[in-house]
Design a protein around this ligand. Structure first.
Ligand SMILES: [Zn+2]
Length: 601
């Protein structure tokens, strides 16, 4: 059962989706038809139930024997706040082919529309989708559950000078003419359905890989991501062939709410990782890894998020280790685990289990990322340590082959692991240990630990400064990478004296930094310490970037501070038109929560 979908995949399944859409930037709407090939499993079924959110349904038709279309009765239920509106179509004849004619809302939760002025080049408007977790239903009526996989094709019309891309076969040489066709022969679940349109050009990285981006960003991004081909080759050596043909990266405007989204054949990525020194390319390793974990073997419901994200974070670490060395991989692992320790101090224990109980989260966007990403990966690192890398690598490769193009729940993973790891190599780990990782909160005491030499050096330098007031020398810090700077700031006390903040700023220019990972940690510290000269730079940062992970800590610090709530509200009012609906929702909820709390004080 997928509690986040109205679909009934045990009765009928979409086997193929054929879209015929028109993108209208002036009304911020997509309209057209979605046609489905249906596999009827229950021969007594009389209806087809689809997920929708804020869609206007114009008509529903079934194809009849002579190739003509006949209208069907349908009913659109009142909207549920999280799930949207159930669309029930009367199908007493169980047609093999059916189509829905519809229009999206300008507020569709899965689409973001940007005016030309909000893009880098400011020449053309931009539109992109973010379907995970359950936002595909806001731009296509479908069975919005990962338990259903389908092939798809599309014809999309847009203004002639706008390029359109999809999670499908994007020809690097295709020309802009306003009429685009796509085909995707591999079956994907709905949350991987993706579309983007804008002033996009292509810059190759290798024969099968490249970057799509606005003209001002394409070359820079291709240089930053130059190691992508090596990452693909490394992943193939570990886990078998890349099965999706091309691997391209679409670099979006800074309002993209996430770091990346693993849309098949076309990773969507934030421009905030293009920092000039490849220090944040683990994002690409991560999204590429999803080509095995997530896109190939998929969680059965968002409650099993760790099957996608924990596996992917584990594989990401292996790719970083292979390309940049064990020390760099250790740095990223330590930083992730530090964040987890912080998050576990404040979140409900019921969110700290890998396999969430039904009803644990009302909205699948609200799961704990430390749990699904970091604890999930840590569990696999535990298994690797117990069984040895050779056995574990072979096991994982077998797992990806065995469940390729299927969606599974955590219980299936446990069953497979028992048969192919525990029983095959007895005495290394027991079932109870696996169950503790999966079903209990926190981290087991015997979890393997990691240390990083470079981060220990930072600890020593930070302690020396706090102790004696002597800042680490430029000769030392010149070699520090993003991870070390992040660690330096994260280890500082919750507040500092103004004079201390001033000295740090004078030495390292944190305020106004181009590096969002540093900004994300530095600005909350300045807010907590009431270091007001950072405020203009904070305002600029919150207006320029819309990636949720980077800006939420700053908003959180602001609404917690004495006079920060008013400042946060003012900035949000200006920044909001450039934010994605997902980011907007998070900031709005935070501000709404903060208001009564401040009144009560
Ligand atoms: Zn991921």
């Amino acid at each position: 059962m997928d509690e986040f979908s109205y679909a009934q995949p045990n009765r009928v399944r979409i086997a193929d989706l054929e879209l015929n859409l028109r993108i209208d930037f002036s009304t911020k709407q997509i309209s057209g038809t979605a046609a489905y090939d249906l596999d009827w499993i229950d021969q007594a079924a009389t209806e087809l139930v689809l997920d929708t959110r804020d869609l206007t349904i114009n008509k529903v038709e079934a194809e009849v024997a002579d190739g003509t279309w006949t209208p069907l009765q349908f009913a659109l239920a009142p909207a549920d706040k999280i799930l949207g509106s159930k669309l029930t179509i009367q199908t007493p004849e169980r047609p093999a082919k059916l189509r829905v004619t519809y229009t999206t809302s300008p507020q569709a939760s899965g689409l973001q529309w940007l005016e030309a002025s909000m893009t880098g080049g400011k020449r053309q408007p931009f539109m992109f989708s973010q379907s995970q977790q359950i936002h595909a239903r806001s731009w296509v009526p479908l069975q919005d559950t990962p338990q259903v996989r389908f092939t798809h094709s599309a014809q999309v019309r847009a203004p002639a000078d706008v390029m359109v891309l999809m999670s499908a076969d994007n020809d690097p040489k295709k020309l802009r003419d306003g009429d685009y066709r796509f085909k995707m022969p591999q079956k994907i679940p709905s949350y991987l359905l993706a579309i983007a349109a804008g002033d996009l050009v292509f810059q190759p990285i290798s024969a099968r890989s490249g970057v799509w981006a606005e003209p001002g960003m394409a070359k820079k991004a291709a240089e930053e991501f130059a190691d992508t081909e090596r990452m693909i080759v490394t992943a193939e050596q570990l886990y078998g062939p890349y099965r999706w043909d091309r691997y391209d990266i679409l670099v979006l405007p800074p309002s993209f709410p996430y770091g990346g989204m693993e849309n098949p054949r076309l990773t969507f990525a934030t421009p905030t990782v293009v920092v000039g020194d490849k220090s944040l390319v683990s994002l690409i390793a991560h999204e590429l890894a999803h080509s095995w974990s997530g896109n190939l073997v998929t969680f059965a419901t968002p409650k099993d998020g760790w099957l996608n994200e924990g596996f992917t974070s584990y594989v990401e670490g292996r790719l970083i280790e292979a390309l940049y060395g064990a020390e760099r991989a250790a740095q990223e692992t330590v930083l992730g685990r530090n964040e987890l320790a912080q998050e576990f101090q404040r979140i409900d224990p019921k969110l700290q289990v890998l396999s969430l109980k039904p009803g644990a989260v009302a909205d699948p966007d609200g799961a704990s990322s430390s749990t699904v990403y970091v604890k999930g990966a840590w569990f696999l690192q535990f298994l690797e340590q117990r069984f040895g890398r050779d056995h574990f690598d072979a096991f994982l490769r077998g797992y990806f082959d065995h469940y390729a193009f299927q969606s599974i729940p955590t219980t299936e993973f446990l069953r497979y692991t028992k048969a192919n790891l525990l029983d095959k190599f007895p005495g290394k780990a027991i079932e109870k240990e696996l169950e503790q990782w999966v079903y209990e909160p926190g981290i087991p005491d015997n979890a393997p630990q990691v240390r990083s030499r470079a981060l220990t050096e930072v600890d020593t330098a930070r302690a020396a400064w706090l102790d004696s007031g002597r800042l680490p020398s430029p000769r030392q810090t010149r070699r520090w990478n993003t991870q070390q700077w992040v660690h330096f700031i994260e280890g500082l006390p919750k507040t500092l004296k103004l004079e201390q903040l001033n000295r740090l700023d004078n030495a390292y220019k944190f305020t106004g930094t181009d590096n969002s990972e540093i900004a994300q940690r530095w600005y909350p510290l300045t807010v907590r310490s009431n270091y007001r000269q950072a405020r203009p730079a904070i305002a600029e940062f919150l207006q320029r970037v819309g990636r949720r992970k980077l800006i939420m800590p700053v908003y959180e610090a602001l609404v917690d501070s004495r006079d920060g709530l008013a400042f946060a509200k003012d900035i949000f009012a200006v920044a909001q038109p450039g934010y994605h609906p997902i980011t907007t929702g998070s900031v709005q909820a935070l501000i709404a929560q903060a208001q009564p709390a401040q009144k009560a004080q």
